[in-house]
Design a protein around this ligand. Structure first.
Ligand code: NAD
Ligand code: UD1
Length: 332
């Protein structure tokens, strides 16, 4: 099976590339390098021993997309490419809608033209309403609260409509919870530009003295220790979820939606304390006000992915912290 990974040099795409190559899939990777670096192509080779074919192409560049598809003969696409910074999306909504939604429509048009009928799409737990009570099942109420989240919601709807119109087309929509961690080689991982918004990249930068201390956003939530609870999933487990989805895509019609999470919630202080335990007390923190828009407690029901895809996570919080630490150490 030959698979195209859009956004395949990014954090989740690169880890998925490794899993696919190691499981015998032929892959091409396309990315516009907006939030990644071409060095990752070499890192993928170092990890897998295989040269990956890379196309530096933007989803919005229809001519280049068409050419890639005309030559690629793909059986499936895993669609990671997109902008993902929540705060930025509130400042630049048009950029987010154009890149994520127009980009996806361009991709679907190419898939239609070249008769590529299988897609796996990177959606997010942020499509769920925070009024749901965890664990979140796939039929929980949807209500994304920022433009980034709405791009994910709208793309889900576009894919569903297209599946309805084209009976040969199949889609797996994966709603990721909170991916953290890095490949055990320490060669690939999450490396956001500027000051990170997300918890783990902030923690690793404090650990290496690039940032002074972590601000814990609120300790007065209705959770066991008062800090926010999330479902952190190791990025290698998450990557394997795509493999499970690809292996099942021929066994159903239309679209399927699955959560990818562990089903366990950890608080901010659980993460900080575990990190300090396995990486040597490096992270100081202070409690500050809540961050606007944050929910108290979000974690997945992983049952549907387990029952239908046979997907089960294997990696614990300790390993997530240690691998994140090792990646930051290698990239100091
Ligand atoms: P990432 O930014 O590391 O990777 C996305 C890649 O897409 C980047 O390499 C970027 O250069 C590329 N890209 C963006 N716009 C493009 C365009 N127009 N044309 C070509 N390439 C383009 O992000 P990630 O963490 O690997 O996330 C992958 C996907 O998963 C995204 O769609 C993201 O919204 C979604 N997601 C991520 C998380 C998370 O916490 N990381 C959670 C839920 C969902
Ligand atoms: C955020 C986004 C979500 C996106 C997800 C993955 C918001 C409101 N939500 O989710 O849409 O899908 O990232 O990219 O931005 N925390 C701190 N201090 C920090 C950073 C975070 O205490 O410096 C806390 C947060 O309050 C939260 C937890 O850590 O309780 C996790 O935060 P984060 O990593 O940003 O993920 P989410 O808020 O779940």
């Amino acid at each position: 099976m030959k698979v195209l990974l859009t956004g395949g040099l990014g954090y989740i795409g690169s880890h998925t590339a490794v899993e696919l190559i190691e499981n015998g899939f032929e892959i091409d990777v396309m990315d516009n390098l907006y939030n990644s670096s071409e060095d990752v192509v070499e890192k993928l080779k170092q990890i897998t021993g295989k040269q990956v074919k890379f196309h530096k192409i933007d989803l919005l560049d229809m001519d280049s997309m068409d050419k890639m598809f005309s030559e690629g003969k793909y059986d499936a696409v895993i669609h990671f490419a997109g902008l993902k910074a929540v705060g930025e999306s509130t400042q630049k909504p048009l950029m987010y809608y154009e890149n994520n939604i127009t980009g996806t429509i361009n991709l679907l048009k190419c898939m239609e033209k070249y008769n590529v009928n299988n897609i796996i799409f990177s959606s997010s737990a942020c499509v769920y309403s925070d009024k749901n009570v965890a664990p979140f099942t796939e039929d929980a109420i949807l209500n994304p609260i920022n433009p980034y989240g709405r791009t994910k919601y709208f793309i889900e709807e576009i894919i569903k409509d297209y599946c309805f119109a084209n009976k040969n087309f199949k889609a797996v929509i994966l709603r990721y919870f909170n991916p953290i961690g890095a490949h055990e080689s320490g060669l690939i991982g999450e490396n956001p530009n500027g000051i990170p918004n997300n918890l783990m990249p902030y923690i690793t930068r404090v650990a290496f003295g690039k940032l002074k201390e972590l601000s814990v956003f609120g300790n007065d939530y209705d959770t066991p220790d008062g800090t926010g609870v999330r479902d952190y999933i190791h990025v290698v487990d998450l990557a394997r979820g795509h493999l499970a989805a690809l292996n099942k895509i021929n066994s159903f019609e239309g679209y399927k939606i699955y959560n990818l999470g562990t089903g366990h919630g950890y608080s901010v202080l659980d993460v900080v304390n575990t990190f300090n335990k396995v990486c040597g007390n490096k992270v100081k923190y202070k409690i500050v006000d809540r961050r606007p828009g944050d929910a108290a407690c979000v974690f997945a029901s992983p049952e549907k992915a387990l029952n239908e895809l046979g997907f089960k996570t294997t990696k614990e919080l300790e390993e997530m912290c240690l691998s994140s630490y090792n990646f930051e150490k290698n990239n100091k």
